[in-house]
Design a protein around this ligand. Sequence first.
Ligand SMILES: Cc1cc2nc3c(=O)[nH]c(=O)nc-3n(C[C@H](O)[C@H](O)[C@H](O)COP(=O)(O)OP(=O)(O)OC[C@H]3O[C@@H](n4cnc5c(N)ncnc54)[C@H](O)[C@@H]3O)c2cc1C
Length: 475
Amino acid sequence: MIDVLVIGGGNAALCAALMAREAGASVLLLEAAPREWRGGNSQHTRNLRCMHDAPQDVLIDAYPEEEYWQDLLKVTGGLTDERLARLAIRASSSCRDWMRSHGVHFQPPLSGALHVARTNAFFMGGGKALVNAYFRSAEALGVQVRYNAPVDAIELDSGRFVAAHIGSERIEARSCVLAAGGFESNREWLREAWGQNADGDWPADNFLIRGTRFNMGVLLKYMIEAGADAIGDPSQSHCVAIDARAPLYDGGICTRVDCVSLGVMLNRNAERFYDEGEDFWPKRYAIWGRLVAQQPGQIGYSIIDAKAVGRFMPPVFPGARANTLPELALQLGLDEATFVRTIKAYNAACRVGTFDHTVLDDCRTEGIAPAKTHWARPIDTAPFFGYALRPGITFTYLGLKVNEHAAVHFGGKPSANLFVAGEMMAGNVLGKGYTAGVGMAIGTAFGRIAGTQAAAAALGRPVQNELQEEQHATS
Ligand SMILES: Cc1cc2nc3c(=O)[nH]c(=O)nc-3n(C[C@H](O)[C@H](O)[C@H](O)COP(=O)(O)OP(=O)(O)OC[C@H]3O[C@@H](n4cnc5c(N)ncnc54)[C@H](O)[C@@H]3O)c2cc1C
């Protein structure tokens, strides 16, 4: 019988598989996707948010634990488990050497990416290179990998893992790590979670899924129905406003449009609806999907002028471009008169101070609602640009409740041999909101913990590694 069964093929699963194998366990990894689509949402990522007390290789200055924690506390509005959050934060300071030992390379952030040179370590070649490196390393260490292996049921005995099922096939193991992602690819479940709004729309019908099509939430649902303790609200997720022309699945980061804070955002009625300059873009980009989802027809339009060009990462696909505001309205299909009126009212309200996109500057509006509190400059210099944006769902936050050992819980009691990592438990730390790079920080920390614990459970002895220290420090 195999020691550790790992279900999933993304970052959390691979971290778990590698740690379990390093601890001496035999490991089988089951990935629902075919080989060419392996790696889940992790294949689309770019970076990891890392705590550090002084400059460290690709990271400048310092990003101490307390600041990281305060950032997380702010974006989640307190919907986070401090103990587990601090565990993930501390683990993010020391995991890069381990990642490098499995073939992951880092690079400094490209200028103009996001304001993240201090906080986020970028993967050379992106998440695709990271998962390829992990798969290569796992196979070299003897981890068995099976593709096209969607697990549809988990056999349990009083909270203990017994076997996984793929149709009629039954796979036994001494312990198991669930790392099969959230339910973001499951459009029916999203529809149910978001419900119908006052206009009679089902907002989720207009969502695009930024990542993999394989995170259907089959095991999440299965486990919750089997009595595992759940955490989080099914309608909470990481949801970005992305290019409305993106494909339904796997558009990835090239569908991002990062100019919202440099201009204004309008809805289908050509009206503004939220402060575009509330905070730095990496701390705010993940709220715009939800904001657009709450607008009529679940569509928004980011409007900028020539002054914004060169100040943000240019979108891969050009937007609408026009030399006059009425012409831009026409191209975007917005009511011309209202569009021009909205922009003129905004322009008149701008109190331009010293524009500086790298600080929370003093360029703001006065006397209009909603206000734009930073980086407010009139949209008055041709050419003008507009991008239609739709809610792009990244990952959902409903998950399984864990403790610092990543154990699945049943009625408040931790399972002795069933663990969970990544999106399937991210809701313990992310009740709502997001700050860039935290998804991979949670997946890496808890993937590694889950793999260590699963190996210990399977081998019947404690496993010693540097993670233990971090766990003790937070327990
Ligand atoms: C476009 C995009 C960009 C992102 N950028 C970043 C970033 O730069 N930094 C960051 O921190 N986070 C980022 N994220 C979020 C990040 O991807 C996730 O937080 C992280 O990858 C989650 O890892 P995971 O292993 O839990 O899930 P995934 O990587 O999604 O892996 C889940 C795996 O489970 C498999 N699976 C699903 N169901 C089953 C089943 N029933 N049986 C077997 N296998 C199954 C899937 O095929 C997949 O391999 C991004 C996400 C997207 C979509």
